[in-house]
Design a binder for this molecule. Sequence first.
Ligand code: NAP
Length: 342
Amino acid sequence: MSTPQALQLSPENSFSIQSDCQAFYSPSSIEQLTSIAPLLDEPFYVLGAGTNTLFVDESTPTIIHPDFHGINANDCGDHVLVTGQCAENWHQFVQFCLANGYYGIENLALIPGSIGAAPVQNIGAYGVELADVLDSVTWYEFSAQTLHRFSNSECQFGYRDSIFKRELFGKGLIVSVTLKLTKYWQPTLSYQGLAELGEQATPEQVFQQVVDLRRSKLPDPEQLANAGSFFKNPVVDQDKFSHLQQNYPDMPFYPQPTGKYKLAAGWLIDQCGLKGFRQGKVGVHQHQALVLVNYGQASGQDIYRLAQHVQQLVRQKFAISLEPEVRLLTSHGLIELAEIKN
Ligand code: NAP
């Protein structure tokens, strides 16, 4: 269905923020993509399951919500190439792969969202990220009205980052994603909560442990509206790290191959006394400080101001500027989180 229609978007985002869009397209074939290509206003925004976007204003630009479905697998001997169309649910895709003996994405169980959104921010959890298993992405370019195939390296993956967020943003959309999964599996157990399973753990056990861990720590958006981790974990250089460690010897840190140090944004926020902090209709989740929640009827501006407040307190205490992982969509397009001037 590719007819434009004005729409109220609160069911379309896990923050449950009310916002209107003037035109909403949900193409389900290449022919439909081609038919809407000449009609698109600038800017338009591609929305998957709406689990990583904050509608900041009362209206949004034109929304394209692709509706391509289907999964197929191609057995290549020791590995399997599994292709999911963009609108398939990510967690159900993980379950499908596990049930069929295609291994490698158990640690990514229960991440909310669609398959098409997964490469955009290179989803990651419990020591595995999509880039570790991705074979290729099929991407539709509106101006040329053609499909392109991107190999893993052409996707230019980084920490919660890819070419689809940068150079290709606003130019097209991901139609399908192909993963290279294995039949001969080695568990990734480096994270707390998984290590205790031991090297003999089965893929099913790792999958279940990740599901249990996430359910115990993270609020279900169906019960309490949220978009998962709101901020990215900051990565700091050696000097900054040494200075912080002198002042905060208990601070968790993770050395990176680049010689830098990843810090836990949730810990920094917690140290500012913000875990469980409530500001009107919005707040910082009481068990996971990285998650901002809508207690009901909040506006996008309410969440945005809370995010600014969190960012300001962390900056004052640690001289670190947290960056949102969630994408901030105004009526004019995406924006950065503006710092509050002290
Ligand atoms: P946690 O165990 O409390 O750890 C806090 C942070 O420290 C994590 O974000 C993780 O960074 C990092 N970390 C922990 N152990 C690490 C290790 N052995 N090596 C390198 N880095 C390590 O984390 P949590 O908040 O419960 O989250 C657990 C996992 O689920 C994390 O991987 C997190 O990214 C993921 N998660 C993602 C979302 C989302 O919306 N994207 C939401 C919730 C949780 P990384 O984030 O870089 O892994």
